[in-house]
Each structure stands twice: as structure tokens, then as C-alpha cells.
Design a protein around this ligand. Structure first.
Ligand SMILES: C[S@@+](CC[C@H](N)C(=O)[O-])C[C@H]1O[C@@H](n2cnc3c(N)ncnc32)[C@H](O)[C@@H]1O
Ligand SMILES: [Zn+2]
Length: 279
């Protein structure tokens, strides 16, 4: 499936597809990668050679998410998105910072089951993440691109999904249609609290307040906390979680060993899902 909704990351003219490439009227052209994604990240916009999550982090996230512990969270995201699609016609949905595509693909399946047609795009700055996402399905447009400068026309997106990725108020506001929505997921104070208690001497609240950061650009329509307990019942799952979470990078060797020796780990998922409307 060729995309028809993208714009050139160099000059922002519309990208027109032909064969396996996209080109704009100013002669900039981009080839489709063998795996099926489009690389629209300009070399001069990269801050490092391999920006975003590394291949190891992507593999750990995939292994962890495929175990299903976050499926109820994904179901909640899907029900909020479906409700939006049922009240307003949403044609263009983007998942920014989509990672290896767990939530993106589940949303795609849900919308198809509900016969809610849409164009879904998953975008991430990490090439290994987008490569992994391509293995999930080819029916989603997968892009390597920067969330700070997305290759889509201004005010063209009906719903922007941002799961555990960076909030960039102005770029998001530029992209979303007036009246369109941002669905944002961020950790609540008790998210993985049992793990954080073993890592930090004092567990602090992040103080993250998206409503304040989005003020003047978006109004907050709803914040839905999702909270439940789940159990990792083998050392492999515990090790996978440790590879996936940024907290684990602060673990001492001793604390890591102690965690990995536990036969099981009871954890709390505590995530906020916020729906914000572009003013
Ligand atoms: C914590 S992961 C979340 C991935 C996915 N949404 C999930 O929940 O499974 C954050 C993702 O944001 C990506 N990322 C970081 N900076 C980015 C940027 N400026 N633009 C696009 N993606 C970015 C990373 O590569 C990583 O895949
Ligand atoms: Zn161009």
C-alpha cells in the first residue's frame, strides 16, 4: 500500500508515489526500504548516528509486550480511540514513537473489526524499532522520522497517539487538525512501584503535568487512569522487563542479581491515558 498523505521532509511539498519510491515536485526522492518502511529522517536532523531505541531495547520491548501483560492497557487505548472514531470521522491516525508497533497494530486490528476505516501511520526515530514494526503487518504505513518534525502536512491528522514517548507540544499542535485529538499515555505515580522501590532509595513522583504543558494549544477532555496488578512468573520475564525499562539502567549489580533470583515478581501497572483536543 503506497502512502498518499506524506510531505517531503526537505521542502514540505506533497510526496507523490511511483513504483517503490516517493518524490516531491522539487526533485527530492525517497526509496522504500526492503522491509517495507519509508526512511524520511534526514541525516542532518539526526543528533546521533543511531537515534532512538537500540536494537537490544527494541527486542526486549517486543519480548515483554508479546507476553501480554500490557494487553489490558492496549485495550483501553483502543476503546478510547474507537469511541473518538465513532463520534467523529477520523481518517488519519498517527502513532508517534510507535516503537516496535505493539499498540499500533492492536489499534489497527480493533478499528478494522469495528469497520472504522482509517489511514494508520506508525512513526519512530529508531530504525531497529520500525524494522521490527514492519514484521507485525504491512498494512500500516511505517516511517522512520522525527516526532519533532513529522513528514505530514500541517493540520492533517485527526488523532495522534503517543504512548510513553516524548511530549512535544508545538510539533504535535502543528500536525493535528483544529478539533482533532491527542491521546497520550504516561506513567502514573505507582507505575512499576515495586521495581522502583528496589532500585531507588526514595521513590519520587515524576511531576509530569501534560495539561499544563499543553495549555493554550490543547484542552484536556479526559484523563483515565488505568491500574492493575500483574505477575512475572519466571526469571526470563523479569530480565526482559529490566532490559526494557529505563529504571533498570540505574540498578546496581547486586540489586539486579537479587531481582533476577526472585521466582516471581508482582507488579503494578499504573498509567494515565489523557485525551486532549486541539484548540
Ligand atoms: C518508551 S519507547 C515507547 C515505544 C512504544 N510507544 C511503546 O509504548 O511500546 C519510546 C519510543 O520513542 C522513540 N523516540 C524517541 N525520540 C523520538 C523522536 N524525537 N521522534 C520519534 N520517536 C522518538 C524511541 O525510539 C522509542 O521507540
Ligand atoms: Zn522536497
Amino acid at each position: 500500500m503506497m502512502p498518499t498523505h506524506l510531505c517531503c521532509p526537505v521542502c514540505r511539498a506533497a510526496l507523490i508515489s511511483s513504483d517503490n519510491s516517493l518524490r516531491c515536485d522539487n526533485g527530492h526522492s525517497f526509496d522504500r526500504a526492503r522491509q517495507g518502511y519509508w526512511n524520511l529522517l534526514l541525516v542532518n536532523k539526526k543528533r546521533s548516528k543511531n537515534p532512538g531505541d537500540s536494537a537490544e531495547m527494541v527486542q526486549a520491548r517486543r519480548a515483554f509486550l508479546n507476553e501480554g501483560h500490557y494487553q489490558p492497557l492496549s485495550d483501553q487505548v483502543n476503546s478510547l480511540a474507537t469511541a473518538l472514531c465513532q463520534t467523529e470521522q477520523l481518517n488519519n491516525i498517527v502513532d508517534m514513537g510507535c516503537g516496535e508497533g505493539f499498540y499500533t497494530e492492536r489499534l489497527f486490528q480493533q478499528l478494522n473489526e469495528q469497520q472504522l476505516p482509517q489511514q494508520l501511520t506508525g512513526l519512530d526515530i529508531s530504525k531497529p524499532a520500525v524494522r521490527a514494526a514492519c514484521q507485525r503487518t504491512k498494512a500500516i504505513h511505517w516511517l522512520v522520522a522525527s516526532g519533532a518534525d513529522m513528514p505530514l502536512p500541517e493540520a492533517s491528522v485527526d488523532l495522534l497517539l503517543v504512548m510513553f514517548s516524548r511530549l512535544m507540544p508545538q510539533p504535535f499542535a502543528d500536525l493535528i487538525k483544529p478539533g482533532g485529538h491527542l491521546l497520550l499515555a504516561w506513567p502514573g505515580d505507582n507505575h512499576l512501584i515495586e521495581l522502583r522501590q528496589q532500585i531507588y532509595q526514595e521513590v519520587r513522583s515524576s511531576g509530569f503535568d501534560p495539561t499544563a504543558q499543553l495549555e493554550g494549544l490543547f484542552s484536556c477532555e479526559q484523563i483515565k487512569p488505568v491500574s492493575y496488578r500483574f505477575t512475572l512468573d519466571n526469571p526470563h520475564s523479569i530480565a526482559t522487563l529490566l532490559e526494557m525499562t529505563p529504571h533498570a539502567r540505574r540498578l546496581t549489580a547486586e540489586a539486579r542479581e537479587k531481582l533476577q533470583q526472585q521466582p516471581q515478581l508482582e507488579l503494578t501497572l499504573d498509567v494515565n491515558l489523557g485525551i486532549f483536543r486541539r484548540l
